[in-house]
Design a protein. Structure first.
Length: 194
């Protein structure tokens, strides 16, 4: 099992089945050619959790696994770890979420629904937390409605509908743009429109 595969087992092997988390090995850089033994390797990961305790557990496991792999390989140096970005869990405040959800329901009708829990890497909560104000995070769809409907009909949404961070992700301009603008206006009017 290569280091990438071992790191991606952290969630399955080290967390309870009911504890959501994601470890993505997004990039591995080592060497400059097939006949040159590299003096270093850089592995870039993305870790997403819903709470700080789980994040700490996952990060500790990653450091333990990488350290053990380096020791088993007799690497001349211990691995170095650099955290380049970190975002707190995004937890919607109840009142703005309720108010915006009601406004979306009234405006969008059956097209408005609750978004399932997501493991997104979001910095959205940093700004309202800095000002001590409540917030709500919402999402809009951006996939071609016909493509989505066909995948839903076949039961292949997970396979046929690319999501954020996929190389094939490409939201359609319309109706995505109009929906996004409408959502912002409707949410604002829920607070400003009386």
């Amino acid at each position: 099992m290569c280091i990438r595969d071992r790191l991606q087992t952290v969630v399955a092997r080290e967390l309870a089945a009911t504890t959501p988390a994601v470890v993505t090995v997004g990039s591995i850089h080592a060497g400059s050619g097939p006949n040159v033994i590299p003096d270093r390797a850089v592995i870039e990961l993305n870790v997403r959790t819903y709470d700080d305790a789980t994040r700490t557990q996952v990060l500790d496991a990653i450091e333990r696994i990488v350290g053990a792999e380096c020791e088993a390989s007799r690497a001349p140096r211990k691995p170095e770890f650099e955290r380049t970005a970190s975002f707190p869990p995004t937890v919607n405040d109840e009142e703005p979420t309720r108010r915006v959800a009601e406004a979306f329901g009234a405006y969008f009708g059956d097209d408005a629904h609750t978004v399932e829990l997501q493991t997104a890497s979001e910095d959205l909560s940093e700004i309202p937390q800095a000002f001590g104000v409540p917030f709500t995070y919402w999402a809009i769809g951006g996939i071609d409605p016909e493509r989505y409907a066909e995948a839903a009909r076949k039961g292949t949404v997970a396979q046929d509908v690319p999501v954020n961070h996929s190389a094939a992700f490409a939201p359609v301009v319309q109706p995505t743009l109009d929906t996004g603008v409408s959502a912002v206006v409707v949410a604002a009017l829920a607070w400003l429109g009386g």
